[in-house]
Design a protein around this ligand. Structure first.
Ligand SMILES: [Mn+2]
Length: 450
């Protein structure tokens, strides 16, 4: 649902309040299409999420400006020349013509200009305080970081218009997964399954996928981001699904710019083996228990560690690991089989707000701590919950790791399971004042299909 002008004004007002600027001028650019080197072609354009959030406009060139002295926002949008209109349909006209941005800035040229959005000079790490009073240096990159983080803090909590789009994205994903459950079978290629599934996303109204679909059968499930043409874009390989294979599908439709992100793993064309069934139920149990932990006040990192301990206990029970599950997590043993975070924020990007430094690691900084794994969950946040167990050769065949974990890993048993692939189960969870709401709950979780 496109946000109303009133909702957009509320978003901008909250951001301006967080900024606490006095007389600066801020410009946020949506960006321009990225070019394909060596050609005159461009990749499909997607606007910088901060601009999409504050304008609900997705056209290249869209620019939002803020004059802190008067607290007013000005939107600029592209207008095409008659020559360009011969080749391309016009973007929806918004705000003032983009050509007038230069004059608008010229009138404010005496003031400090901060450029955000596409092309902003985002630092890769938090600047070190240098001033004697402990405040940070007047580094322009620091202002970019601070102001962008302020927008991110608003984007973390979804309003009703955003949730509506995420629900629509989830509904389109449901149609795709339903197709898989009804049609995927041994003898089909991963590519055939991907195309059939995505066709249903599009038929259900999704303009695009939220990210490259992962359709990984058999051993391919052990590559966390296995995608078609990841090997060679010129002549991509695909694999034919065999009877009894695990099929791991991590895919999601996008709607209104908002992502959905769903993973299901199924055995195709046969009943699961004992190992497949044990690990599948273990991953599902870890997911169910940690979804239930997605409540206001919970620290996300603790939810992750809880999942790791559950998986560790299961791996001990199965005879793959020896020791105390909590210690196996701390020592990094469980991470051999669960080498990723339990989940991530979801929104205008499938991995939301990850452009901010430290968004993937804990931070003590009061502003940035809420953007990393140390964040405290609150109502309105949407996070994925996606535990998994994998048999990854790059980790399990590494001599250094085998030596380091000689005691805690039963390597003979692990080696029997090489080529197993992986199992991941993922849903999109809305934190509420009450019970967590699983936005992708309509997508079934069959252990066997075909
Ligand atoms: Mn995910």
């Amino acid at each position: 649902m496109k946000p109303t002008d009133e909702v957009l004004a509320e978003r901008r007002a909250r951001v301006a309040k967080r900024w606490e600027l006095t007389d600066e001028v801020v410009v946020l650019r949506a960006g321009e299409p990225a070019g394909w080197s060596g050609t005159d072609q461009h990749f499909a354009f997607l606007p910088h999420p901060d601009v999409a959030y504050l304008t609900a406009v997705g056209s290249p060139g869209t620019t939002l400006a803020f004059d802190a002295a008067v607290g007013e926002w000005e939107l600029f949008g592209p207008r095409f020349t008659p020559e360009r209109l011969v080749w391309e349909q016009p973007p929806t006209p918004v705000g003032q013509p983009l050509d007038e941005l230069e004059a608008w800035l010229e009138q404010r040229s005496e003031r400090k200009l901060i450029e955000l959005g596409a092309g902003a000079a985002m630092p890769q790490a938090l600047p070190v305080p240098t001033a004697s009073d402990g405040s940070e240096a007047q580094d322009p990159a620091n202002a970019v970081l601070r102001l962008s983080a302020a927008i991110a803090l608003e984007r973390i909590t979804k309003d009703d218009a955003e949730l509506d789009d995420i629900r629509q994205a989830a509904a389109a994903s449901t149609a795709g997964f339903e197709w898989v459950y009804q049609h995927a079978a041994p003898g089909m290629t991963e590519r055939e399954i991907q195309v059939g599934m995505e066709a249903q996303f599009y038929a259900a109204g999704a303009p695009r996928v939220a990210y490259d679909s992962i359709v990984a059968s058999g051993p391919h499930g052990a590559y966390l981001h296995y995608v078609y043409a990841g090997d060679d874009p010129l002549r991509p390989a695909t694999r034919t699904v065999e009877t009894g294979d695990l099929l791991l599908i991590d895919a999601g439709a996008q709607f209104g710019g908002y992502a959905s992100d769903v993973t299901r793993t199924m055995v195709v064309g046969a009943d699961p083996t004992d190992e497949q069934e044990f690990l599948w139920k273990l991953v599902l149990s870890a997911q169910q228990q940690t979804i239930d932990m997605c409540r206001p006040g919970m620290v996300w990192k603790e939810v992750h560690l809880a999942a790791a301990r559950i998986l560790g206990a299961g791996l001990v029970e199965m005879g793959l690991l020896r020791g105390d599950p909590a210690e196996l997590v701390t020592e990094g043993v469980v991470a051999l089989f669960f080498p990723h975070g339990l989940g991530h924020l979801l929104g205008l990007s499938v991995h939301d707000i990850t452009s901010i430094p430290y968004s993937r690691e804990p931070s003590d900084d009061p502003l940035l701590s809420q953007l990393g794994p140390g964040r405290v969950l609150g109502p309105g946040m949407v996070t994925t919950v996606e535990p998994g167990v994998y048999f990854i050769d790059a980790l399990l065949c590494d001599p250094a790791r085998r030596a380091k974990f000689a005691e805690s890993v039963v390597w003979e048993r692990v080696d029997e399971l090489r080529g197993f692939g992986g199992i991941r189960i993922e849903d999109d969870v809305l934190v509420t004042e009450g019970d967590p709401e699983v936005l992708t709950a309509a997508i079934d979780k069959p252990i066997r299909i075909g």
